[in-house]
Design a protein around this ligand. Structure first.
Ligand code: ATP
Ligand code: MG
Length: 352
């Protein structure tokens, strides 16, 4: 039974009880039969009019309820109606407002869920592409060697290519491994600060690029200010950030062009800048290069192109150190990546 029928039945019962009461009362009075009917007629008319008016007023409630039910139905079909359509009664208007707010926050949650699902699917698609491409080519090259399609004199060249591809796969696996263990599994409270000499840090990082510096005849300019400065921080995080920035400077600038690395320790912050004179990054890409798996289109097909994880990892680590990495770049002119981190804890015997 609907609310409307409950209300009508309630009113009819109330009218009936009033009529019985009035009828019994009138029987005790010394009045004529005609007057009894007249009084009864007035009571009936008044009761019916009263019921009619109260039903008219109550219709506002039933309409509001129907509107709320329609909104809930729409919500179950993921149609988030956030407009406020009920103005009275006040309690229902409040309910409508609360409902609209709930629909709005549900809509936002759904949108972000969909976005993260989309991002996850994209990441899996890109990673499987990055893994599948070298594996397919390794497979065909190995088959070529085994079947004798590749002549023995060309075998060393193909083996070198296979070596390069396994190296890239290894690099990807290492980055993914690092991503899960460091970026997502960082346990800040248990990390101990170490004394890091800035000149040693940069020499350690550059030792990885030793061969490349010679092969590519690079001029690497390093400056540490103040000289022999040291800080209290997390060595392997700083190392990893710098290693990513320096590796990019090498990858995205041609051989023989210079790279400079400047480390400046001020009172409360450390700034490390890596500058190259390479391909540069257009303004439309500069905010996106820190996103997971983002690569600028022009660098995708480069032989040295990576997986778009390096800057994401570096930025995450910079944030774990309380800082950030910024970029200043001009297409075809070069790039300058700067890491800034706050320095809070100074060793007691610091003299610089
Ligand atoms: P990897 O995961 O191996 O580091 P990657 O170098 O492609 O791969 P990121 O280091 O995250 O990934 O860099 C993202 C993108 O930003 C690069 O693909 C490149 O297009 C652009 N980029 C980064 N550093 C530079 C630079 N110094 N000069 C020009 N472009 C750069
Ligand atoms: Mg990189």
């Amino acid at each position: 039974m609907t609310l409307r029928y409950y209300l009508i039945t309630g009113h009819l019962i109330a009218i009936l009880i009033t009529l019985i009461g009035v009828f019994i009362g009138l029987n005790y009075m010394v009045i004529e039969q005609k007057q009894v009917f007249f009084i009864m007629a007035i009571v009936i008319t008044a009761s019916l009019l009263g019921a009619l008016f109260s039903l008219l007023l109550l219709s506002k409630i039933t309409t509001s309820l129907s509107l709320l039910i329609a909104k809930m139905d729409a919500l179950s079909r993921r149609d988030f109606q956030t407009d406020i359509s009920i103005t009275s009664p006040q309690e229902f208007a409040h309910l409508d407002l609360a409902f609209s707010r709930m629909a709005q926050s549900l809509e936002e949650s759904f949108a972000s869920l969909t976005e993260s699902e989309r991002e996850k699917a994209l990441m899996i698609a890109q990673l499987s592409h990055d893994i599948k491409t070298p594996i397919t080519s390794i497979q065909s090259e190995v088959e070529g060697i085994l079947d004798g399609i590749i002549p023995p004199e060309d075998t060393p060249r193909y083996l070198k290519a296979i070596h390069g591809q396994t190296g890239r796969l290894n690099h990807l696996v290492k980055e993914l491994d690092f991503l899960t263990s460091e970026v997502y599994g960082s346990d800040k409270e248990n990390e101990v600060l170490e004394t890091i000499y800035l000149d040693k840090l940069i020499i350690d990082v550059l030792s990885e690029f030793h061969l490349q510096i010679t092969d590519e005849e690079r001029d690497i300019a390093i400056s540490v200010l103040p000289e022999s400065a040291y800080i209290m921080s997390h060595y392997h995080k700083l190392y990893r950030i710098l290693q990513n920035l320096v590796s990019n400077a090498f990858k995205y600038s041609p051989a023989k062009t210079p790279i400079s690395i400047d480390l400046i320790k001020a009172k409360e912050k450390l700034t490390i800048t890596v500058t190259d004179k390479g391909i540069g990054i257009g303004p439309e890409h500069q905010s996106k290069i820190f996103n997971r798996l983002y690569r600028v289109e022009s660098s995708r097909n480069m032989a040295t192109g990576g997986h778009g994880l390096g800057l994401y990892i570096a930025q995450e680590l910079a944030q774990q150190l309380g800082g950030f990495i910024s970029v200043d770049s001009q297409k075809a002119k070069g790039s300058k990546f700067s890491l800034s981190i706050p320095l809070k804890q100074e060793p007691k015997n610091q003299t610089d």
